[in-house]
Each structure stands twice: as C-alpha cells, then as structure tokens.
Design a protein. Structure first.
Length: 551
C-alpha cells in the first residue's frame, strides 16, 4: 500500500487525471455496472459532469442495498455537482434518494430540508411531477415523523391540486397512500376506506411497481388494524411477493414484522406468528428500519407474554424501547407502546417489581398526555388499566379503559374486546354485575364475528369471573374449563394457569375438594413449566412466590 501511494504521488497531477479518465472510459465500455468505480475515477479525473450519472446510480445502488451511510454522501456529492450542471431528471432522483436515506437514518430535519430544496428546484423549472413528488414526501415526513398533521395536509392539498390538473397518476397514487397512512394514524377509518383502493388502482394503472408495493404494504397493515383479517391476508401475500421482486426490503420487513404475524396471532397460531415476526424484526434491524424494529419487537413481546415466556417478553419489549428512543421527541407514540408493555411484563412476573413497573408506566403515562403520544393509547391504556386493576386502583383502571374505547387510536379496534373485558372487571369491583355481563357479551360477540381466536381464552376467563360474581357457579366452572381448553390449544400458559386456579376456587365452593386439589396440582405443573423458562434466577424466584401467594 505504501509503495502504491508513493508511486501514485510521484505522477504529475495532469497525468493522474488522464489515467483516471482512461480507466473510467475503459470501465464504461467493459463493465458499466461498476458505477462506484466509474464515478470515482471520473471525479478524480476532474470530469464531474461525466461522473454525475454514475454517482446517482452508485447512490441508488447503495440505498437499495440499505447501505445508508454509503448512499447519503453519494447523493450529496451528486447534488453539489447539480448546482453547476443542468439535469433535472438526475436532480429529482438524487433528491428523492437522499430524502429516503435521511428518513431511514432518522435525520428528519435533514429530510425536510432536502425535500424543501427539491420543491424549490421543481418550481423554478416548472416540473409538475417533481413538485408533486416533493410535496408528497415532505408531507409524509411532516405528518408521520413530526406529527404535524394540519401542516402536512396543506402540502397534500397543493400536491393533489397539481396532480389532478396535470393528470399525474403516479403522484396521485402516492398521495392517496399517504392520506391513507395519515387517516390510519388518527383512526379515521372512514377516510382509510375512501383512499385505500384508489391509491393502489392508480399505481396499477401507471404500472409503478414500487408504488404498488408501498400501497399494498400499507393497505394490508391497515386492514389488520381495522380487523379485516381475511382481506388483509391476500393483500399481504401480494405485497410481500412484489416487495421482494422490486427489492424493497423495508416493505418486506414491514409485512413480516407486523401484518403477517398479526394475522397468524388472530388464527391462534402463536408459533407461526413468532417465526414470521422474528424474520421481520431481524430484517428491519439488518436494514436499519427503526419503525419496523419498534413494531416488530413489540409484537414479538406480545406473543411471548401470551405464551408465558415473561423473561423473553421483557427482552423483546426492551429492544423495542431501545429502537424507539431516537424517535421520542418526533414520534412519542412509538415509545409509549413498548414502554407500557414493558411495565406490564414485569408486573406479570411479580408485584414485588412494582417499583420497576411504576417507572415505565409513569413515563408512558406522561408521553400519553402529548397528542402525538396518545396515538398509541389503543394498547398503552390497556396495559396501564390492567396494571392499575391488578394493583387495586379500580377507578383509574375504569378511566383508562373508557379512554381506550372512545379515544380514536390506531389499535382501538384490535384491542376493543380486551378493553370491554377490562371494563367488565371494573364493573364487578363496583358491584355492577349486569353491566359486567353486558360488556363481556359485547366482547365475545365482537371477537367471534372477526374470529379473533387469540382473545377467546381471555374473554372466557372474564365470563367465568362475571358468572361467579352472579352466583352462577356451574357456568363459571364451564367457562374456566373452556378457557383452559382454548389456551392449551394455543399454548397460552398464563391463561391455562388462571383457568386452573379459577376452577379450583369454584370447586372448593361446591365442596368438591378432591377435584379442587387436582386443579391446584395441575396449576402448579403449569407454573413449574413457566418457571423453567426463566434464566434469571431472581426473576424465577419472584414469579414462583407471586403465584404461590395468589393461591
């Protein structure tokens, strides 16, 4: 290396430039795919204009490979040259690529500045399609990364006016997909329905494959949030196939990290949900997609919690929290969800961890006060409410469940049955047995209509508790047995444990002591199984003591 450096330095600058130019020209003819090398040699030959298209191509190549730190300087160098060279097509590609790379790298301020510059360039040259693209992408960052929805809507209105006037199909398709995303974020599901189909149809008409993939990815996840599971599955499959064909790994990770595992979870197949979700979350980590890491690891934590793998759930929730930290100021709702879930997981281990639970839940509650944080209330208020109920703060639990049922959030429809069951338990605590029966009945009807199998055990457990409070011990015993059967099929150990403990209490009231003891022994067996999943001896000991104290 030193010999090469010395020899290179000994060559006259003019000679060096000539050699670099000749190498670049040779590569152009013999191996034009080596865009990085061609760009570098033309730049060292001081041939910036000839280097420009290869610089943009090298940047695009790096961006497609999710080598984001490599792509960003290529795009920026290209844009420096474009200040002296007139090439609007390359200018658009460079601005769009740089904006996407900066957004992926969580440099939101840089992305906004880039798209604003792109808009100025497009206006100066009266390029309508470029203006629409800049306005669309600027709106995405302003709304979904900064939470400034009114400001984003102004930009989208300008984009729509231009796109319709000049019949820009791809621009309209992207715009409607963004509007659909914004409606989803604010739980405007009627708006979602309005824009959902039109966005993909326009992309199909324009035959823009990347745009179709983005639209299908978003539509499938939104269909899950709307509990339209049977519509979401074929949409997700098409989106996954197309994302792989066009090489968009961000959309691929989105589908694998959330949409598909959520569907498998609904079907009660927790093993498949976990397998697919792990692929998606790991892919998101590989390509640096913060957004998909947050959702992916959070959902893996939810699956682990349902399976009674509490230590594993804590680890997943913590990974989700760590991934969301860079987004705390701009997108607080991304942090709220895993924070509240992390507290709940610790409480599931033992009430002796109440201080740790309070640390996470207090922070989550503070973030929920921010409008952009309340967007995550569809799951966070459930976690906080169930924890408050376990710790005896019934009134607070009731207020949180009421918020979850009435405040528009992305996850409100997905979690509605659980909010209703929680409300039923609050009703019982206040002695409102008839209200409790009604709320459990609503939860069951809602979940069964949508075949949300993963919620059946929890609803059956709620029904059993309400029936016991009504004095209908036979129905209570039957519901505990039903919950146990369902939970065993889906390998939901905590629900099995609760069902066996509940049945033991009912059998004792009936005076059937021998059967009650068999249920308690069966409960201890599942407790031992869950305890065996802990690696941390301290957590394992606290879990066992907590369960034994409850019995």
């Amino acid at each position: 290396a030193l010999t090469q450096e010395t020899a290179y330095a000994s060559v006259l600058l003019s000679k060096r430039r000539d050699l670099h130019r000749r190498v670049a020209e040779c590569l152009e003819k013999r191996d034009p795919t080596r865009v990085h090398d061609i760009a570098r040699h033309f730049l060292q030959a001081d041939e910036e204009t000839r280097a420009l298209p290869y610089l943009v191509a090298a940047a695009d190549h790096a961006a497609r490979a999710y080598a984001t730190p490599e792509a960003i300087p290529y795009y920026r160098r290209a844009l420096e040259i474009l200040q002296k060279v007139d090439n609007l097509e390359l200018a658009r590609r460079a601005h769009e690529g740089l904006g996407g790379a900066l957004t992926l790298a969580n440099d939101v301020a840089g992305a906004v500045k880039n798209y604003e510059t792109m808009l100025d360039v497009a206006k100066a040259r009266n390029d309508i399609a470029m203006q629409v693209s800049a306005l669309n992408k600027l709106s995405y960052v302003i709304a979904l990364r900064l939470g400034q929805f009114p400001e984003a809507e102004k930009r989208l209105a300008d984009a729509e006016r231009l796109a319709r006037e000049f019949q820009d199909g791809p621009g309209l398709s992207e715009l409607f997909t963004l509007r659909c995303m914004m409606c989803t974020a604010t739980a405007d599901f009627q708006g979602v329905v309005r824009y959902m189909g039109e966005s993909v149809q326009l992309a199909r008409d324009s035959n823009v494959q990347a745009q179709i993939a983005m639209g299908l990815d978003h539509i499938s996840s939104t269909q899950i949030l709307m509990t339209l599971y049977d519509d979401a599955w074929p949409t997700a499959q098409e989106a996954l196939q197309l994302s792989r064909e066009v090489g968009n790994r961000e959309h691929e990770s989105s589908i694998l990290a959330f949409t598909m595992p959520a569907y498998h979870l609904r079907m009660g197949d927790l093993d498949k949900a976990n397998e697919v979700g792990q692929q998606g979350a790991d892919l998101a980590q590989t390509i640096g997609s913060t957004y998909n890491q947050v959702w992916g690891y959070w959902l893996l934590g939810e699956i682990a919690l349902l399976r009674g793998e509490y230590e594993r759930a804590i680890a997943y929730y913590d990974r989700s929290v760590q991934a969301s930290r860079p987004l705390e100021e701009e997108m607080p709702f991304m942090l709220v969800q895993p924070l509240s879930a992390l507290g709940t997981a610790y409480l599931a281990v033992s009430r002796a961890l109440a201080d740790r639970v309070d640390e996470f839940h207090t922070r989550a509650a503070k973030l929920l006060e921010h409008p952009a944080g309340a967007m995550a209330g569809g799951t966070a208020w459930l976690d906080l409410g169930l924890s408050a109920l376990m710790l005896g703060d019934v009134d607070r639990a009731g207020r949180l469940f009421e918020k979850g049922l009435t405040y528009p959030t992305m996850f409100m429809l997905l979690e509605k049955p659980r909010f209703l069951v929680g409300t039923a338990l609050v009703d019982l605590a206040h002695g409102n047995v008839e209200d409790a029966k009604q709320h459990v009945s609503e939860a069951r009807a809602y979940a069964e209509e949508r075949r949300m199998k993963h919620l059946y055990p929890e609803i059956a457990l709620g029904d059993a508790r309400v029936s016991a409070a009504c004095g209908d011990l036979d129905r209570a015993l039957a519901q505990f047995s039903h919950a146990e059967t369902l939970a065993l099929e889906m390998k939901m150990r905590p629900a099995v444990l609760q069902a066996r403990h509940g049945a033991a209490r009912i059998l004792t009231q009936f005076g059937r002591d021998a059967e009650a003891e068999r249920q308690r022994n069966a409960a201890r067996e599942i407790m031992d199984e869950m305890a065996g999943l802990f690696r941390d001896e301290g957590l394992r000991k606290m879990f066992v003591e907590s369960v034994m104290n409850k019995t």
